[in-house]
Design a protein around this ligand. Structure first.
Ligand code: SF4
Ligand code: SF4
Length: 87
């Protein structure tokens, strides 16, 4: 019997070194896919990390996080196929 491989539909590419941990994106994400790391970056901030499986559901690729970040730390929201290809 054929079992399709379940792929992650979206990936959020974050430049952790640029993130200032302001949590604007954390609070804006409808699915709660983003949270601050326990580690700090070179600027001394807890940076944002992405988890496809959010507290309210899977990432929908809505781009809200990308739009609201004032520091351009969220570089791109890519589809699962692009994410799988590393592009
Ligand atoms: S693309 Fe939308 S659902 Fe996914 S992490 Fe960003 S704000 Fe959340
Ligand atoms: S909005 Fe940008 S700078 Fe603020 S926590 Fe999110 S990724 Fe970091």
């Amino acid at each position: 019997m054929y079992h399709p491989v379940l792929r992650q539909k979206w990936d959020v590419i974050i430049d952790a070194d640029r993130c200032k941990g302001c949590e604007i994106c954390v609070n804006a994400c409808p699915q709660q896919n983003l949270e601050l790391s326990k580690s700090i970056n070179g600027l001394g901030y807890h940076y944002v990390e992405f988890n496809f499986h959010g507290k309210r559901g899977d990432c929908t690729g809505c781009n809200i996080c990308y739009t609201v970040c004032p520091d351009y730390s969220i570089l791109e929201v890519v589809s699962g196929e692009e994410a799988a290809n590393g592009s």
